[in-house]
Ligand binder design. Structure first.
Ligand code: PGA
Length: 264
């Protein structure tokens, strides 16, 4: 849409509830070595991993000790600052672990844990207020798709999440059709582009042209090394949120190195 602006693609691995801290260390070491061997240029694609809470400290220590260029993300956060919230983790706790990104609004939280647009918005604000970047997930169910088309629900979810974000604070959007998550049935690149474009138009409206030009809009839902290049060819798709395929180190590396086959 804006040919003069280049957005560094972001390839984000959402591990969900997989890997204990020892497995996390082994995985990140292998990934970092593989990318080093391949002479991966991180300006071609930023790489972020989103381990479970219990792994964050171990991964943080490894990234710092070996000066690895991977970014660290968390999968969730409390909307509250502190207090009597048994089991919850605050944004301040995450910033102490050098966490840069936090996923909010993932469909497994919206549908599995009943998180409303209001909760998602409050979490996004809590993340931004501590200087981290929310990765705001939006997406329609199969029923929404039939009833309202592809873009209506994701656009409404994004509007709700942006409503409470402090002006000028950076964010990432991940378009993840619920029917495509973990199903092996990804959206087509054209479907992803059309919703990503609608989301970018929404960002223009709510946050302005500059924010829209620099904000990365990811696609997520059954991304593999086979389909990543086609998504990355779309002008409004700036990366991917990868679930299952981010747990296999060779496969995740092929996804990260999509530029090797983007022209194919
Ligand atoms: P998937 O998950 O790649 O396994 O479909 C994506 C996600 O839920 O973020």
């Amino acid at each position: 849409m804006n040919a003069t602006v280049t957005r560094t693609p972001l390839i984000a691995g959402n591990w969900k509830m997989n890997f204990d801290h020892l497995q996390a260390i082994a995985f990140v070491q292998k990934l970092a070595w593989g990318l080093k061997d391949a002479k991966h240029d991180f300006s071609d694609a930023e790489v972020a991993v989103f381990p479970p809470f219990t792994d964050l400290r171990s991964v943080q220590t490894l990234l710092a000790a070996d000066r690895l260029s991977l970014s660290l993300g968390a999968q969730d956060v409390s909307q509250h600052q502190s207090g009597a919230f048994t089991g919850d983790i605050s944004a301040a706790m995450l910033t102490k672990l050098d966490v840069q990104y936090v996923i909010v609004g993932h469909s497994e939280r919206r549908h599995g844990h009943g998180e409303s647009n209001d909760v998602v918005a409050a979490k996004a604000a809590a993340i931004s207020q501590t200087g981290m970047v929310p990765v705001i997930c939006v997406g329609e169910t199969a029923a929404d798709l039939e009833e309202h088309g592809a873009a209506a629900v994701p656009v409404a979810q994004l509007r709700a999440a942006l409503a409470t974000l402090p002006a000028g604070s950076p964010f990432v959007v991940a378009y993840e059709p619920v029917w495509a998550i973990g199903s092996g049935q990804a959206a087509t690149p054209e479907q992803a582009q059309s919703v990503a474009q609608a989301l970018r138009e929404t960002i223009i409206e709510v946050s302005g042209e500059d924010a829209a030009a620099t904000t990365r809009v990811l696609y997520g839902g059954s991304v593999t090394s086979e389909n990543i290049a086609a998504f990355m060819r779309q002008s409004d798709v700036d990366g991917a949120l990868v679930g299952g395929a981010s747990l296999k180190v060779d496969e995740f590396q092929r996804i990260i190195r999509f530029r090797q086959h983007v022209g194919a």
